[in-house]
Design a protein around this ligand. Structure first.
Ligand code: NAD
Ligand code: DAU
Length: 351
């Protein structure tokens, strides 16, 4: 079947894996990747598919209504997979308005244009909104986030994502826009921008720089290999029920400090350093403001209804990830030059 899909944020971490999967797996689909190429967007992530006949890149901002209108007019999309966002919690604490603009206004702009273009012939159309488990707030030591967990966002980032989720659901109920949503836990893997914990730690260990751990390193995250997330998005896009939310997670909880010790061990092995060398770089720094204690997803619905489950054990995925970063030094060097230096100064030297 032929389809024309708009994927937003396809030059970012998760988006690039989603674009690759759809371009390679569905040669009959025309995939249009719309991305503003902010500091987090990088076309180097897509070098392997950039010349495929079913792939087009369009540089543009999701808050630019006229541009979105023109793209819908030009391509007559029948599906949208919306990933473009400001995605880093620490940056949202520094500059909340940028998050409100892209995550709330940008999502609402896309919804509105899709509604106008699909009005009266919604059959076969789908607006898929990619969201996060952070909208559910913070767990104590027990329990898991299910699709019924009430929203309780606690950072500007999660508040903006929660707001965007509400708009998506409002467009479903009010205008019958065909939508589906997913809320996923922490991803890791190749092409992850090194402001996030795992790639930042790999980069710093490689350069024998301090590895900053917030607070006591007691916070817990549920980690999922990014290619498993992309597979889940493929499954939900094709088989998810309209108006539904699907939680996606790895059933893989790690305390930050334990994760960093595992990473240090893998790095020592890969860099042929004496055991314990990298762990000496661990440096406890001032905690993140409003730091959520624990996230953990119950992905039973996605598993029982649509048959998805994670494919990789964490140790194996982390080792693959480290190997990718060590084999792709140019990618890492390119993204950590320039503006990254200023961000790093602002975020860590204040402590
Ligand atoms: P990312 O920051 O790596 O990439 C975001 C992409 O969006 C970049 O390519 C950027 O250039 C683009 N973008 C930003 N603002 C834009 C705008 N105004 N117009 C057009 N493009 C714009 O993010 P990511 O980690 O790949 O996350 C992708 C999506 O998945 C986000 O919606 C995020 O909330 C969600 N999510 C991420 C995780 C995770 O662990 N990283 C987990 C669950 C959900
Ligand atoms: O849960 C899904 C979310 O996961 C996504 O929606 C976000 O887009 C994504 O960035 C991620 O958010 P986190 O805040 O959990 O990820 P981050 O990598 O920034 O931090 C992971 C944990 O590590 C968190 O408890 C904070 C801690 N941390 C982070 C950094 C950058 C440190 O201890 N030191 C650091 O330098």
């Amino acid at each position: 079947m032929k389809r024309t899909l708009l994927i937003t944020g396809g030059a970012g971490f998760i988006g690039s894996h989603v674009v690759r999967l759809f371009v390679n797996k569905y040669p009959d689909y025309q995939v249009v990747n719309l991305d503003a190429l902010t500091y987090a967007g990088n076309l180097e992530n897509l070098l392997d598919i950039q010349d495929k006949p079913n792939y087009v890149f369009e540089k543009g901002d999701i808050t630019d209504e006229a541009r979105i209108e023109a793209l819908f007019g030009q391509y007559a999309f029948d599906g949208v997979i919306h990933l473009a966002a400001e995605s880093h919690v620490d940056r949202s604490i520094m500059d909340p308005l940028a998050f409100i603009k892209t995550n709330v206004l940008g999502t609402a702009t896309l919804l509105n244009v899709a509604r106008q273009h699909w009005k009266g012939h919604e059959d076969g159309k789908l607006f898929y909104h990619v969201s996060t488990d952070e909208v559910y707030g913070s767990l104590g030591q027990e329990g898991l986030f299910t699709e019924q967990t009430p929203y309780d966002p606690r950072s500007p980032y999660s508040a903006s994502k929660a707001s965007s989720d509400h708009f998506v659901k409002a467009y479903y109920h009010t205008y019958h826009l065909p939508v589906v949503l997913s809320n996923c836990s922490n991803n890791y893997g190749s092409n992850h921008f090194p402001e996030k914990l795992i790639p930042l730690a790999i980069h710093n260990i490689k350069h024998s720089k301090p590895v900053p751990v917030y607070g006591k390193g007691d916070n817990i995250r549920d980690w999922l290999f990014v290619e498993d997330h992309a597979r889940a998005i493929d499954t939900i896009f094709h088989h998810g029920r309209l108006g539904e939310t699907y939680n996606i997670g790895g059933f893989n909880e790690w305390k930050n400090i334990d994760l960093i010790h595992l990473l240090c061990k893998i790095m020592d092995e890969k860099l042929q350093r004496a055991p314990g060398t990298s762990a000496q770089l661990i440096t406890f720094v001032k905690d993140r403001a409003g730091h959520d204690l624990r996230y953990a997803i119950d992905a039973t619905k996605l598993n029982t209804e649509l048959g998805w489950s994670p494919s990789l054990q964490f140790e194996e995925g982390l080792e693959k990830t480290v190997a990718w970063y060590l084999a792709n030094e140019t990618w890492l060097d390119n993204v950590t030059s320039g503006a990254y230096q200023q961000y790093y100064q602002d975020q860590y030297n204040k402590r």
